[in-house]
Design a protein around this ligand. Structure first.
Ligand code: HSE
Length: 308
């Protein structure tokens, strides 16, 4: 039996919602799992990328240290079973190490495919919890599975509390992807262990304002709410061009410019009428400092992971 699962990319944090806010985007990976007797070592992993550039600097392991295999193994263990000989194909359309949830996408894809192979023993809560165990934070894995804009909190017992909130159609998402990579591990390593109380309060207030802005579709409030003092001030030095782009986009009157996940991609939220100006401004600002980029306006994916 063979199962394929299509899973969206995600953008996490979205300003103040560090490790909590995330949103699924209309870019997809497909993970296919097949129980087989073919591989001599019990495992064959093939990665098929649309763009050769995606795989240029990052070597993805194709042995049992691969995150998809680890996720699949946790699901089999959860059901009290041993992983059989497996063939895993990953069709990769989400750029790797760009802050777009490529790892969350394949983790979720692997778990859902394995669950289907086993006759669906794990429910949604168990799948989300296993995905978080592999990824380490739920703000990419939860929207990758459920679609939409999602709040998620990983609890001490491993469960994930989550809620989906409707994203206003008028708030367009432009994803700006530079040609360099930034591993989440490196981007997390520059964060302090402890933060100033005033900074923590600043973000708590911004998160509250953000949710109210969403519920009332209040663009002016969103503009204020998108600011952050917990992660971006430490990370933007790893993202050449971020400060210049954020400054230039103030003239374009966007709603906000934030790091996508741990970076280096940048998410710009704007009204539709500003989208072309956003793209031109970001491209030319990066070009001026010698950075090639891909800049595209994407839709929010409201469906999440789908078994094909
Ligand atoms: N919330 C995580 C971080 C997302 O910012 O490190 C990583 O994609």
């Amino acid at each position: 039996m063979k199962v394929s699962v299509k899973v969206p990319a995600t953008t996490a944090n979205i300003g103040p919602g560090f490790d909590c806010f995330g949103m699924a985007l209309s870019m997809y990976n497909v993970v296919t799992l097949e129980e087989t007797v073919y591989p001599t070592n019990g495992l064959e992993i093939n990665i098929i990328s649309n763009s050769k550039d995606d795989l240029s600097a990052i070597t993805i392991p194709t042995d049992k240290s691969n995150i998809v295999y680890k996720a699949v193994e946790l699901l089999y263990n959860y059901t009290g079973q041993v992983v059989p000989a497996l063939k895993i194909n990953i069709k990769s359309n989400i750029p790797i190490a760009k802050g777009l949830g490529s790892s969350a996408s394949v983790i979720v894809g692997g778990i859902i495919a394995a669950n289907k192979l086993l006759g669906n023993p794990a429910d949604e809560a168990a799948i989300l919890s296993i995905a978080n165990e592999v990824e380490g934070h739920p703000d990419n894995t939860t929207p990758a599975m459920l679609g939409g804009f999602v709040l998620s909190s990983a609890e001490e017992d491993g469960s994930i509390i989550h809620r989906k909130i409707e994203w206003p159609d008028d708030w367009k998402l432009t994803i700006c992807i530079p040609d360099y990579e930034l591993a989440t591990q490196i981007s997390r390593s520059v964060l302090p262990e402890k933060v100033d109380l005033q900074d923590a309060l600043y973000n708590a207030k911004r998160c509250a304002l953000f949710i109210q802005a969403l519920h009332t579709k209040d663009s002016a409030l969103l503009k204020v709410a998108l600011d952050d003092k917990l992660h971006q001030p430490y990370r933007t030095r790893l993202v050449p061009g971020f400060d210049e782009i954020a400054t230039s986009l103030k003239d374009v009157e966007v709603l906000g410019t934030v790091l996508s996940g741990a970076g280096p991609s940048i998410l710009v939220i704007s009204e539709n009428s500003r989208v072309e100006d956003v793209k031109n401004t970001v491209k030319s600002t990066w070009e001026a400092i010698g950075i090639r980029s891909s800049v595209k306006t994407v839709d929010i994916d409201t469906t999440g992971a789908v078994i094909l």
